[in-house]
Design a protein around this ligand. Structure first.
Ligand code: GTP
Ligand code: MG
Length: 170
């Protein structure tokens, strides 16, 4: 093999929070303004080097739409890390995090690294969840919290690197 660690990562969260855009930004440094809702599950790979070790991140992008839940639930098996994402301008996507936690508890393994992402921080004037609310929720669950923008690339690397660090430390 050409890497030291393999990290299987799952992107979870409601439809339209920006999971596919975060992945596109992280792996290809591109952004799509149009909304192409994911059907089922997709994945992309990015390999990074941390402390002289290479980490191959295999990132699974799940469909947020409810009707795909039975398909996406099959992908939790063998995952090392989860990026749980909500949209800072969409209160429902924040309120539904409790349901996503239940899904993770139901389908995920025992050892799972997790980070919470509040995405679309470029839309400051449309924000409905404050930084303090997002941070408090993450603290309650013992998860690191990042506010990101797939559009202007803010904090995307930081979120994925943190998740990789947590996975390696497990
Ligand atoms: P599903 O595949 O249905 O689960 O949705 P998703 O979470 O993958 O959402 P997707 O990445 O397709 O993005 C949904 C919409 O939000 C698209 O129109 C994107 O252009 C937009 N979007 C995603 N991220 C951002 C962001 O950081 N800022 C802004 N302004 N728009 C974003
Ligand atoms: Mg998608």
């Amino acid at each position: 093999v050409q890497y030291d660690h393999l990290a299987k990562i799952l992107l979870l969260g409601n439809s339209s929070v920006g999971k596919s855009c975060l992945l596109l930004r992280y792996t290809e440094n591109r952004f799509n303004e149009a909304f192409y809702s994911t059907i089922g599950v997709d994945f992309k790979v990015r390999t990074i080097v941390m402390r002289n070790k290479s980490i191959k991140m295999q990132i699974w992008d799940t469909a947020g739409q409810e009707k795909f839940r039975s398909i996406t639930s099959q992908y939790y098996r063998g995952a090392h890390g989860i990026m749980m994402i909500f949209d800072l301008t969409n209160k429902d996507s924040f309120n539904d995090l409790d349901a996503w936690i239940q899904e993770i508890e139901r389908y995920g393994g025992e050892k799972l690294a997790k980070v919470l992402i509040g995405n679309k921080c470029d839309l400051e004037d449309k924000r409905t969840i404050t930084f303090e609310e997002g941070k408090a929720y993450a603290d309650k669950l013992g998860m690191p919290y990042f506010e990101t923008s797939a559009k202007d690339a803010a904090n995307i690397d930081a979120g994925f690197v943190k998740l990789a660090e947590l996975i390696i430390a497990m």
